[in-house]
Unconditional design. Structure first.
Length: 221
């Protein structure tokens, strides 16, 4: 199974401005202004009350159409950060969105002040077999907030679905000395071999990281 690509970092506003045409930049200016306005009026949304999506959420869905699919993740991340998106808005965007819109939510969680409250979104993505969502779900937010048992299963899910383990943020740090992860990897490899299937290339790499004497990472991986 081919390995999926890891997640490239989103472009900054300055980098986007250098790549977008005039009409797209004007659209982005308006979208970010609407998101900024919403950030100061979040308390107007009452739990359980009828709610119409604010303009910036509609812009979120339209990002690819106006700024190009190659820039959609970066534009959506900027909107979420500018709006200071809270969990109710993130949940709406995730549950009602396309796979690309869900992916952008997952990629931006670590840039928002959420604590562990958005873990249900990560856990939902990890239950899918969509490699784009899985790769996004194992980013910095999961590295910080997923508890050990769920994180180990996330690593195995990457191996099972062909997601490049380099997508797992904090892999070297969290795997180091993890005997339980080593056991799970061994069991997984044995099951694959018994079934006459190849062992994913990334498994050996992760297994090496679990040894107690593995060198501490010089940077997050």
């Amino acid at each position: 199974m081919p390995m999926s690509p890891t997640n490239p970092p989103p472009l900054t506003r300055k980098e986007l401005d250098a790549q977008l045409g005039g009409a797209a930049r004007a659209w982005l200016d308006e979208a970010l202004a609407e998101a900024e306005h919403a950030a100061y009026h979040q308390d107007t949304e009452q739990p359980g009350s009828p709610y119409a999506a604010p303009p910036w959420e509609l812009r979120y869905a339209a990002a690819g159409r106006h700024c190009g699919l190659e820039h959609a993740d970066s534009v959506r991340a900027l909107l979420l950060v500018e709006a200071g998106a809270a969990l109710p808005a993130l949940t709406r965007l995730y549950e009602q969105g396309t796979a690309a819109e869900r992916r952008a939510v997952l990629l931006t969680l670590h840039r928002l002040d959420l604590g562990p409250t958005a873990l249900p979104l990560v856990e939902d993505a990890l239950r899918t077999n969509d490699t784009r969502l899985i790769a996004a779900a194992v980013g910095p937010y999961a590295a910080t907030h997923l508890e050990a048992h769920s994180w180990r299963h996330a690593v195995l899910k990457c191996l099972f679905t062909g997601v490049d383990v380099e997508a797992v943020d904090g892999l070297a740090r969290r795997a180091r000395g993890d005997a339980e992860l080593a056991r799970m990897l061994g069991d997984f490899a044995a099951e694959r071999l018994a079934a006459g299937r190849d062992v994913p290339a990334g498994l050996t790499h992760v297994l090496a990281l679990t040894t107690p004497g593995a060198a501490a990472p010089t940077e997050e991986s």
